[in-house]
Design a protein around this ligand. Structure first.
Ligand code: GLN
Length: 194
């Protein structure tokens, strides 16, 4: 079976690599254009979205990844990875770009300094009846979603997980919480495409 790529320019790469490997995936770390050949899906990890954005442009993989997204590649973004998937940023730093594809507006660092990091249990019907433990670290929120976006989870009124077709974006870090169900859910999207 084809490998799952993990964008490995900056951020929490290893946790995703380990989570995917524990689910039986072949994992390929993505650093340059050729690494994208033949992947079945792509994970965009947490980290610092503005740094990852810049590095994708320096390494010449921003446009190839955009093309893969347009072509229907399943992509799973967590935290900074969600920011990179967003069509619109409410407050990107000057010149910050995204891959886009997910029809949402995202606000970075949205929970404020008192809530810099926190953990909570989320109701996520798409994952089943057990609540999903979520670790938020300087997390973004999804301020608004387009008509074809399915909201998967919220904290109060704030949307923190959404899916549109083969694109899945969440504000938090399931790989840190050790909950494999988000990755399993993503792998189902990958399997359904193939
Ligand atoms: N605040 C970070 C950003 O804007 C995201 C934080 C994270 O990925 N944990 O990219």
């Amino acid at each position: 079976t084809a490998p799952i790529g993990v964008l490995a320019l900056q951020g929490g790469v290893r946790e995703h690599e380990q989570m995917l490997a524990s689910l039986g995936c072949e994992v390929r770390l993505i650093r340059k254009v050729g690494d994208l050949d033949g992947i079945a899906g792509l994970v965009l990890p947490g980290g610092e979205s503005s740094v990852i954005d810049k590095l994708t442009r320096i390494f010449g993989i921003q446009e190839p990844i955009r093309e893969l997204i347009r072509g229907g590649l399943p992509v799973f973004g967590t935290c900074a990875g969600l920011i990179l998937l967003a069509e619109r940023l409410a407050d990107g730093i000057a010149g910050q770009q995204t891959f886009g594809g997910l029809d949402v507006t995202v606000r970075r660092n949205a929970f404020g300094s008192q809530l810099d990091s926190f953990e909570t249990d989320l109701e996520v019907p798409a994952l089943g009846p057990e609540p999903a433990h979520a670790v938020f670290i300087r997390a973004p929120i999804i301020e608004s979603v387009g008509a074809s976006v399915e909201v998967l989870a919220s904290v109060g009124d704030e949307i923190v997980a959404a899916r549109q077709g083969n694109l899945l974006g969440i504000s938090f870090h399931p790989e840190v919480a050790g909950d494999a169900r988000w990755h399993e859910y993503f792998l189902k999207i990958v399997a359904a495409r193939n």
